[in-house]
Ligand binder design. Structure first.
Ligand code: MEV
Length: 421
């Protein structure tokens, strides 16, 4: 158990019926009966109708829970909204292995987001740059006037940076406004500030402001997670070596890096969605960050420690919020935040990146040893059995027969159903 509360470790969790799993989470996270009922409810159509346009209904995906997570000495149950089989099991298993050597340790920067203001049509971009820098104090003041609440909580516009860029249509300036967004994702606060600064920057530079928008390459809002994976637990030092051979392809080859990073995002997106955050923003930031040195590469990094154990590290921008946005509208997203027991956006970001590392470790370990299909087989076979019309306990019977035969096909499932009925 961690030093800060209940343990998230439970063996055979996947074998429990849904009600028992819910009970475990209810006890772990002190949920009340009403909150517990939310697990099996759908988003209210009235809420959905206010969230987006042209609403017809809602679209459900499974919500699972990853167990065993120990992050910075604290136990977490991690909600994951995802349609892909094996992902939740893989994360739980990786977290169980990471616990042996103390779980995940994280570090992160302040929650600094970047807003971009593009300025064109100036006679002298260097002169214009100087004028902007000389008025830094006034610019920050005007930006902070737009969000007094954020400033009250210690956030707000903190700095500006000016970049001169050459383009096919001539030179331009991009002013970066650096904003500490505290517990928000920050898009609204930053975009409002950037729009408010446009007239001032036009007057200062004599140029024309075009784009005023947040950058999803949030490279001043970085989280790093690290874990040591016990060599014996994963099958010995030769498995660590096999793992590193697999990892090295992702480090040098964009074709492999894309798939490797997709495995990381399997975990990350699932938690981002469960907490009502913007997964497109996180994806965009992650892949841009993976290309920051000119070649797309692996977001994670692995090596062997002096004892032969495998060390994994994952570093990426993590623009997540716990206030504002859809996460405050969705009842289930609020519930997922309660399950996590998080107090700050920073804490959420640290869990997200730890989960990404766990997911990546699990995928590369499977790929380096038994392959990925074995883990997928059981749920895949069950899905095929259901598609073929299996009901109740027929599903398990049909699935295990198909796995035994090594033939997981719809027509075979139909034959088996006929035979057992
Ligand atoms: C599948 O969703 C994810 C993997 O392809 C990740 C990887 O290849 O590392 C298994």
């Amino acid at each position: 158990m961690s030093d800060k509360g209940k343990s998230s470790t439970i063996s055979g969790f996947y074998k429990l019926p849904v009600e028992k799993r819910v009970e475990f989470v209810k006890n772990f996270s002190n949920l009340n009966d009403e909150e517990t009922k939310l697990f099996s409810s759908c988003l209210d159509i009235g809420i959905a109708n206010r969230m987006i346009e042209n609403v017809l209904g809602t679209f459900e995906i499974p919500l699972g829970i990853a167990v065993n997570f120990l992050i910075n000495g604290k136990d977490y149950l991690v909600p994951m909204a995802i349609e892909e089989p094996s992902v939740v099991a893989a994360a739980s298993n990786a977290a169980k292995i990471a616990r042996i050597k103390g779980g995940f340790k994280t570090e992160c920067t302040d929650p600094l987001m970047i807003g971009q203001i593009q300025i064109l049509h100036m006679d002298d971009v260097f002169e214009a740059t100087k004028k902007i820098m000389n008025k830094k104090k006034e610019i920050l003041h005007l930006a902070n006037e737009q969000d007094k609440v954020l400033v009250k909580f210690g956030g707000g516009a903190k700095d500006i940076e000016v970049r001169i860029l050459d383009s096919p249509i001539g030179k331009m300036i991009v002013t970066h406004l650096i904003v500490d967004v505290r517990d928000a994702m920050g898009a609204n606060a930053v975009n409002t500030m950037c729009e408010a600064l446009a007239p001032m920057l036009e007057e200062l530079t004599g140029g024309k402001v075009r784009l005023k928008i947040l950058s999803n390459l949030a490279d001043k809002r970085i989280v790093k997670a690290k874990a040591v994976f016990d060599k014996e637990k994963i099958g010995g030092e030769h498995v660590v070596d096999a793992f590193l051979e697999s990892y090295n392809l992702a480090a040098i080859d964009p074709y492999r890096a894309a798939t490797h990073n997709k495995g990381i995002m399997n975990g990350i997106d699932a938690l981002i969605i469960a907490t009502g955050n913007d997964f497109r923003a996180i994806e965009a930031g992650a892949h841009a960050y993976a290309s920051r040195n000119g070649q797309y590469t692996s977001l994670s990094h692995y090596y062997k420690d002096k004892n032969g154990n495998l060390v994994g590290e994952l570093e990426l921008p993590m623009a997540v919020g716990i206030v504002g946005g859809a996460g405050n509208i969705y009842p289930k997203a609020k519930l997922c935040k309660k399950i996590l027991g998080i107090k700050t956006a920073k804490e959420l970001a640290e869990i997200v990146v730890s989960l990404g590392l766990a997911q990546n470790f699990a995928a590369v370990l499977a790929l380096s040893t038994v392959g990925i299909q074995k883990g997928h087989m059981s749920l895949h076979a069950k899905n095929i059995a259901v598609m073929a019309g299996a009901k109740g306990n027929e599903i398990d019977k049909v699935a295990s027969q198909m796995i035994k035969e090594g033939k997981i096909k719809l027509d075979r499932a139909e034959e088996i159903i006929k035979k057992i009925r």
